[in-house]
Design a protein around this ligand. Sequence first.
Ligand code: 5GP
Ligand code: MN
Ligand code: MN
Length: 447
Amino acid sequence: SWKQRLEKAAEGHYVLPKTKSMKVDADLFLSDKLLWGEGPEEPGLEDAVFDQVVNAASFPGVTRVAVTPDCHVGYGVPIGTVVETDGILLPTAAGYDIGCGMVQLQTSLMAEDVADPVKRRKWIEEVTRRIAVGVGASRVQKQRRVTDRTFAEVVRHGAKALGRGSSITERDFIPVEDDRVDIPERAFGKRDQLGSLGGGNHFTEMQVDQDGRVWVMLHTGSRGFGWNIAKHFFVEGAAQLGLKSRSEDFVWLDAESALGREYWNLHNMAANFAVANRLIIGEAVCAALEDVFGGTASVYYEISHNLIQKESGKFVARKGATRAFPGKHPALKGTPWEKTGHPILIPGSMETGSAILFAEQGAQKSIYSVNHGSGRRLSRGEARRVLDQSVTDKRMAEAGILLNTRTTPLDESGPCYKNLDDVLETVEMAGLARVAHRLKPVACIKG
Ligand code: 5GP
Ligand code: MN
Ligand code: MN
């Protein structure tokens, strides 16, 4: 098995040496516990992940591959993969939710200010009154329609179109080099989803940190707009390469080809959509918070975890991985994060908690990237089979975590995800980043 071929480079760092099909070695950031498991409850990493790591390293143009400690099986390459390429774009290494990511809101409130469950319930109502929640939901149901002119500005200039910039976002805007590119009809049809949370594990969550300060964490992406763009290129790319099935796994594009350039422009539009979506929702959530609790709330940081970006002349694709630039990184020059590095926002689960990290210089080893969460451990189906509803509801009630749903979604409860402590310990052990804040949930609105 692939596992037997791994070489331990340091604590928290294994190398999968290159085989015939692989272009480069793969660096895997895993503790012994995450890799090999511990007892019958924790089986360790499944072999299917390694098949996908090999796939990631075997595409043309790949110059580096890194895998984060929260990795698990995805389409084509694992969730938790970073691929650096030269002249090649890999749609599968951005995935379907192009630009999915996080916003963290900072507030002036302390734990005692949000201790009253009646007020927290009111906050949940105020947020769901302002933003659309759920799989197909769009903004029109909640607010005035986004004009086509605003939409065009947003997909071309992202945060900048909303008058926000690099003090609070990963990037001011994501460059769309040729804005005459046609937006696929199906994607354009989803433009009203700007300002909507979406379904699944997208969420808005009120949290209290180790010092009693109140934060809000928000997770959403490019909704149907980005999904339809991704789909379009899986289909077109497969046709061009003559692939018959599993196109998600094997599509690659020459960045200089017509299709490659089209993908790059549309991928970047989807990413701008996602950033703007998060900021629009974030500001609505701030307003709801100030209404219910008083005090002030504002955006602390915004960052994607499914995105291809140009870094030092190469493409760096992070799929379920977060950028991690430490202090003194040239890309942070002139931003408030120049000295400290930018915040790294890591959700864990709606039950067990989350974290904010800052990168160390050692992040260079992982292509300046760390994990984007704690990573799924139980599939949704498995979760519904093995977890007990009333036990789970009771545990959530005792922890004082309020939800927008009547019962706890079992497939999103704490045991569905890997232990965040194990994942964070690995990141610190490998010298990639250090934990600055630990956050405990007190109210969560699931999409
Ligand atoms: P993904 O982007 O892969 O869909 O999810 C990112 C991560 O979010 C998951 O790996 C998981 O650790 C975390 N997560 C999922 N749902 C919740 C939630 O409701 N609250 C928090 N704090 N984290 C969550
Ligand atoms: Mn997403
Ligand atoms: Mn996500």
